[in-house]
Design a protein around this ligand. Structure first.
Ligand code: PLP
Length: 390
């Protein structure tokens, strides 16, 4: 790869023009599970696909380049990437601090691991600087930051949070799934490790579940790579190839996603069927300044509350023509989710409420379909809400 290219070009083009056999422009996919040793005493670069695979490594290099990190580790899901980080970097007697309003699956993973004695977990409102300072008074190994958070789009100030975490002798891990490296690069703000569910924006086509860790430091990266093999949670070559294919269009997709989202936010924010719109791009959003400082754009995830509670939610969802009711996000197609009963169902009701996840909350993942069709779908949905919710 030409080193004079920008990191963006190098990341998106990872592996292009690298085929030495036939000069295929896109890299071939290495589905093989094992690779031959020339002699008993010469270990090849790749020997067994769980520990290393050329296709998977290209994806790791691409994402690490986009994030500005030293090493990229590609796993079978976003949750397995988190699990890898927790297992490799936190001792059994250790302690993790996580956001009180993180993705429901992350919350459940931490809960189950804590309950089975793997380590202690404390959930803190990380948008409250005092709460984090107090939590860091107790010995801590790792702080998970999810910015902006899922589903309430609350940004956490990366630079000041990471400084505090480091002063307390802990590692900072940032979940960058909602932004992708095209909208936010947490390593530039001092974060030690970045985690992605590549299932979302990085793949972008809702056809491969995957995860990635990017370590700022090569030594941490080597440790994570070793543990990925030890745990056996590395991604398959085929999934890695699919995600690599998706990565190539990430920049183009994100620009359309974000332009569409901005128009939908305008409609939601002025419509009488909504009571609150959570989108850091709105000037009156409490995290607007933080997001403007550390993100290059405000993204295409939006959450909002409707009038009429659950009846309003049902009226909005039932009858949509483009937005599918589905759990995931970040794909080219537009989706709507009801966090309380879907993505965050594993959080007990009182934990949801404490985090701000009410029964009236909906989350949109805005796709790249024609904006006029998206706006018409949302407008009709909001009119249905008004009929039941006034
Ligand atoms: N992190 C965030 C912010 C997510 O939204 C998700 C899934 O929705 C995950 C992690 C877990 O990723 P996966 O579903 O690929 O395991």
């Amino acid at each position: 790869m030409d080193p004079t290219l920008s990191p963006l070009a190098r990341g998106l083009r990872a592996g292009l023009d690298s085929d030495t056999a036939f000069s295929s422009i896109v890299p071939p996919i290495y589905l093989g599970t094992n690779f031959a040793f020339e002699t008993l005493h010469s270990t090849p670069k790749y020997d067994y696909t769980r520990s290393g695979n050329p296709t998977r490594d290209l994806l790791g290099e691409g994402i690490a380049t986009l994030e500005g990190g030293a090493e990229g580790i590609i796993t079978s899901s976003g949750l397995s990437a988190l699990m890898l980080c927790f297992t490799a970097l936190v001792p059994a007697s250790g302690r993790i601090i996580a956001p009180h309003d993180c993705y429901g699956g992350t919350w459940r993973l931490l809960q189950y691991l804590a309950e089975t004695g793997h380590f202690t977990v404390d959930h803190v409102d990380q948008t409250d600087p005092q709460a984090l300072t107090e939590a860091l008074q107790h010995p801590t190994d790792l702080v998970l930051i999810e910015t902006p958070s899922n589903p309430l789009l609350r940004p956490t100030d990366l630079a000041t949070t990471v400084d505090k975490v480091h002063a307390a002798g802990a590692l900072a891990l940032a979940d960058n799934t909602f932004c992708s490296p095209l909208r936010q690069r947490p390593i530039e703000f001092g974060t030690d490790i970045v985690v992605h569910s590549t299932t979302k924006f990085i793949n972008g086509h809702s056809d491969a579940v995957g995860g990635a860790l990017v370590a700022a430091d090569a030594e941490v990266g080597e440790k994570l790579k070793l543990w990925a093999n030890v745990l056996g949670i590395t991604a398959s070559a085929f999934d890695s190839w699919l995600v690599l294919r998706g990565l190539r269009t990430l920049d183009a997709r994100v620009r359309i996603h974000d332009a569409n989202a901005a128009k939908i936010v305008e409609l939601l924010a002025t419509h009488p069927a909504t009571t609150t719109v959570h989108y850091p791009g709105l000037a009156n959003h409490p995290g607007h300044e933080i997001a403007a400082r550390q993100q290059t754009s405000f993204g295409s995830m939006i959450s909002f509350e409707v009038v009429g509670g659950l009846a309003g939610v049902e009226a909005f969802c039932h009858g949509l023509r483009i937005f599918d009711i589905a759990e995931s996000l970040g794909g080219v197609e537009s989706l709507v989710a009801h966090p309380a009963t879907m993505t965050h169902a594993s959080m007990p009701h009182e934990v949801q409420l404490a985090a701000g996840i009410t029964p009236a909350l909906l989350r949109l993942s805005v796709g790249i379909e024609p904006i006029a069709d998206l706006l018409a779908d949302i407008r009709d949905g909001l009119e249905r809400v008004l009929k039941v919710g006034r």
